[in-house]
Design a protein around this ligand. Sequence first.
Ligand SMILES: [Zn+2]
Length: 152
Amino acid sequence: MPENSPVRKFWKCPSCQRIFKARNQWHSCRKVEEEVPLKKSSPEVLKMYQEVKKFCASLGKVHTSITINAIFIKCPSTFVALKPGKNWLDVEFFTLAEETGFPVFKSVRVSKNRWACKIRYEGEKEIWAVIKKYIRESYKIVQKKRPLRAGD
Ligand SMILES: [Zn+2]
């Protein structure tokens, strides 16, 4: 495929298996285990994390990218970022409009039609219902932007 093909392809680093937009994109090339960003988290937070991960996996063929303080859930690009604390899990996702009301505590415009929003999840059932709604929306936003192709 020509280098400037209009069809967007993703590049998988052969050594750490992480996926990037650009070929040979710079990144800290090492595998971080899932336990690392979660090492200070309470068992309740670990449970919340598993819950979110399972829900994301139910939406499509997702993969994760892990850094020392966050877990990014991708399909194929990031639609959820999880930042675990000791007693909470910060869940970040994309929306098409600014969200300011509770439980969203942060909303940053990242492009013309995209906001990155954040909810602090501490295990409440009502919040979880809201998070699921937002994650589903964020997943759709990422799909629309970059249609999946066979083999991606
Ligand atoms: Zn790498």
